[in-house]
Design a protein around this ligand. Structure first.
Ligand code: GLU
Ligand code: ZN
Length: 304
């Protein structure tokens, strides 16, 4: 068993992070497995080296042990480009130049009022059928440069491809395309084998961005490529990421990567029931530490 904790160095770790890290660590230790750390710093505008150092300090203090050095996503851009190229050559990506404003304008028609997906408003598909003379894919063109165009996944096409794969390979270990084993629970108590019907993928999630212009990748792509590269067998994380897992499983299928099992867990909330955010410095682990709390106190506070 291999688990991981994958924080972003964009602020102090708080009790919610402590819960997630200890949970993943203890699960691996109970099975004599391994616990890995991954620094998710693709958002270079927000990531800071001192926050990264603070992550190491906090986790050491908590008594967690991981294989060093930790993987850092900012070192992995070539791996993300390789994955994007693989999808591009399958014709599953298209360039998009829409601004947030373009998208909200296109969605303002009342019949388009779809509830937001895991990435916010479901993309209306504006750029899907645009002609891009500079990227004639039949001419086997190269992947667009990261800075010039965002790249979106054609979710409808992806769903069709996965169904075809299942028909062609009936011995496939997945009962249906894009399913995963949930050993924890989603926000509505989802548990067990979770399927994502094509309808859910196309209308509730849609054409998500896989390469942002400012990053050359995206959270969804990076997390999938890296969980596979680190050989993670059990992904444990907050239940707020449950819906995003549907996207991750689609990407695993399209890239030919294994699907780990998933354990989504509860979120640590403040006294008012609001989930903790990075800006809740008041609950930063380092603050408890300087006030004299012990790692055992932290475990008690998060109920572990
Ligand atoms: N880096 C993500 C976060 O801090 C976690 C991603 C994950 O566990 O999949 O929210
Ligand atoms: Zn667009």
């Amino acid at each position: 068993m291999r688990t991981r904790f994958a924080p972003s160095p964009t602020g102090p770790l708080h009790l919610g992070h402590a819960y997630a890290a200890i949970f993943a660590h203890d699960l691996a230790m109970a099975e004599r497995g391994e616990f890995l750390l991954r620094i998710e710093d693709i958002d270079q505008a927000r990531a800071r080296p001192d926050w990264e150092q603070a992550i190491y300090d906090d986790l050491e203090w908590l008594g967690l042990i991981w294989e060093k050095p930790a993987m850092r996503q900012s070192d992995r851009l070539p791996a993300y480009r390789t994955a994007l190229d693989q999808l591009w050559r399958q014709d599953l990506l298209y360039p998009c130049t829409c601004t947030r404003r373009d998208i909200s304008d296109a969605l303002s028609a009342p019949q388009d009022a779809v509830p937001p997906g895991p990435d916010g408003p479901v993309y209306p598909g504006t750029c899907r059928h645009k002609d891009w003379p500079e990227f004639d894919r039949r001419a086997n063109s190269k992947l667009p440069r990261p800075e010039t165009h965002a790249l979106r996944l054609s979710m409808g096409l992806a769903a069709t491809r996965m169904t075809e794969q299942c028909i062609m390979e009936p011995s496939t270990p997945w009962r249906r395309p894009a399913g995963f084993q949930e050993t924890g629970h989603g926000p509505h108590g989802e548990h067990g084998w979770i399927e994502s019907p094509d309808q859910t993928l196309t209308t509730a999630i849609g054409d998500v961005v896989l390469s942002r212009r400012d990053m050359g990748t995206s959270y969804h792509l990076a997390v999938v490529v890296d969980d596979a590269a680190q050989g993670i067998t059990h992904v444990t994380r907050g239940e707020d990421l449950f819906e995003a897992t549907r996207i991750h499983v689609v990407l695993q299928k399209l890239l030919g990567l294994p699907t780990p099992s998933y354990h989504h867990h509860r979120l640590i909330r403040d006294d008012l029931g609001k989930r903790l955010a990075k800006r809740d410095d008041a609950r930063a682990l380092s603050k408890y530490r300087t006030e004299g709390a012990t790692p055992a106190d932290i475990r008690r506070m998060v109920g572990l």
